[in-house]
Design a protein around this ligand. Structure first.
Ligand code: FES
Ligand SMILES: [Fe+2]
Length: 489
């Protein structure tokens, strides 16, 4: 974008960006080219953070994604076998089990696992099933030096070893023997606890690929959960996940935020590093308008509104007259707020860390965000055996106070099917945005099921939907659907 270009706004900005003055982008409206995201990063002061700027190393080829995988119970069973039983799954956060003996369950499809802190520095995972008659050992969470089944009191130590059977003389097995809960692999990265039910799986690091390197300057282990939302949704987990894999839907779904989201400048990257997992990323700049709004608002108006609405301040009339100064000004305000509220010092420069949406996807269903703009993570967890029900999870984190202990997680807030997301002040305007996304979830299922048999697949954008394409490239390979398609000709 040429910052000197005079821009005449067609009308005054409303008091809120969710205003009526702009309406939806009219059919046929031109998309203007703003400064590319790469150019924005170069114009920002300071070093370009790799998490926002490092290029991926892979570009997926276009691919047909058939709709049956979003509702067919047989394909869901293939996912059980090839994904949920074989991949590293984000199962908990370390601050969910801060003290020795703390435990929490992780449920996916019809399986339940128990995540237990067994010592100050170790967390283990077990199948959540009692050796006696199979009752789940823990309903949701618990604590204590022993794991005691709530049905007949069979008792295990924290390492899963069976230590007491009431009326032991009545059984052919002995508590003092070698019986124990079946353990599954468990490892951590960035305060996230991952499990893998496959004893022969590659190590977690193989699944994480570039993530540890890219998050080096924003260590997630130094953060803790301050808001934990779980939304029950009547849609397949992939249907929901894919809404968060592209910024292309902003034009219609988040039309009332386009004055502050530079969604048309969203950059997309994919990383290929082995034949196991994959990582992809999208980055959307904020504090700049969409290319569709370029001739409708000035950068100064965007910056002033952003300052009023999201920083609760009166804007400085001398700042934000061009895109680069606007970004730096907004980043300066955020830097000062972080220092005041959390004692966290974000180095000078580095506007991306303070302003932009930088979201990664690690196959299959874990999405950590980098940066202070929106420090959350998503998980998309199939709920029970119905392939059209999912628990979508959002965890918002805050920095652990310098020198302090990581506080325990808050409890999850579970929102039932169709419930509103806007009642949580911590989510700020994002509650509204998630509501807008949520409006499509069931409708996507409905529409996909209604497609004619010979048109039962999506048509994906080459660049803007490449995260989805790449994801399905991996999925097809992992589930063996590639071979099936070849056989079908
Ligand atoms: S099922 Fe656990 S003690 Fe009986
Ligand atoms: Fe969205």
């Amino acid at each position: 974008m040429n910052e000197q270009t005079p821009i005449e706004p067609s009308e005054e900005l409303p008091e809120t960006f969710y205003g009526k003055n702009y309406g939806r982008v009219p059919t046929g409206a031109p998309k203007h080219k703003i400064m590319s995201y790469e150019e924005m990063l170069e114009a920002d002061p300071g070093e370009i953070p790799p998490a926002a700027g490092a290029p991926g190393n892979y570009r997926p080829k276009p691919r047909r994604v058939s709709y049956d995988r979003y509702y067919d119970p047989d394909i869901a069973k293939l996912e059980d076998e090839h994904i949920w039983a074989k991949y590293w799954l984000a199962a908990a956060r370390e601050e969910d089990v801060p003290n020795v003996g703390d435990r929490i369950t992780f449920d996916i499809r019809d399986k339940s696992y128990l995540i237990v802190r067994t010592s100050e520095n170790q967390i283990k995972a077990f199948r959540n099933t009692c050796l006696h008659r199979g009752r789940a050992l823990c309903d949701h969470k618990g604590s204590g030096k022993e794991i005691r089944c709530p049905f007949h009191a069979w008792t295990y130590d924290l390492d899963g070893k069976l230590i007491w059977i009431p009326s032991e003389e009545d059984f052919a097995v002995k508590a003092s023997g070698s019986l124990g809960l079946s353990e599954v692999k468990c490892d951590s990265w960035g305060g996230h606890v991952f499990i893998n039910a496959d004893p022969d799986s590659p190590p977690l690091l193989d699944a994480l690929g570039p993530l540890p390197e890219l998050f080096k300057d924003f260590p997630l282990e130094d953060r803790y959960t301050v808001l934990w939302l779980q939304l029950k949704v009547r849609a397949n987990w992939k249907t929901i996940q894919e809404i968060f894999q592209e910024g292309y839907h902003v034009i219609e779904t988040h039309w009332d935020s386009m004055a502050i989201f530079g969604e048309t400048e969203t950059s997309y990257d994919c990383w290929k590093y082995n034949d196991y997992g994959h990582v992809s990323r999208l980055v959307t700049p904020t504090g700049v308008p969409s290319g569709y709004f370029y001739d409708r608002v000035t950068i100064k108006q965007v910056v002033d509104q952003y300052v009023r609405l999201y920083c609760n301040q009166e804007p400085d009339p001398s700042r934000g007259n061009d895109l680069t100064d606007g970004r730096t000004y907004l980043a300066d305000i955020k830097r000062e707020t972080l220092s005041r509220e959390y004692g966290v010092q974000v180095p000078e420069g580095n506007n991306a860390r303070l302003l932009d949406f930088v979201k990664f996807c690690m196959f299959p269903n874990f999405h950590p965000w980098w940066g202070e703009q929106w420090p959350i993570s998503y998980r998309f967890i199939p709920m029970g055996l119905n392939p059209e029900e999912t628990l979508m999870e959002i965890r918002l984190t805050a920095p652990v106070p310098p020198g302090g202990e990581r506080p325990r997680s808050v409890e999850p807030i579970v929102l039932d099917f169709g419930e509103d997301c806007t009642g949580h002040p911590e989510l700020a305007y994002t509650g509204h945005i998630v509501n807008q996304d949520a409006a499509h979830m069931e409708q996507l299922q409905r529409g996909m099921r209604s497609a004619a048999q010979d048109r039962s697949y999506s048509i994906l954008a080459n660049y803007q939907e490449q995260q989805i394409t790449y994801w399905h490239e991996t999925y097809d390979r992992v589930l063996g659907l590639d071979k099936r398609q070849q056989q079908d000709g």
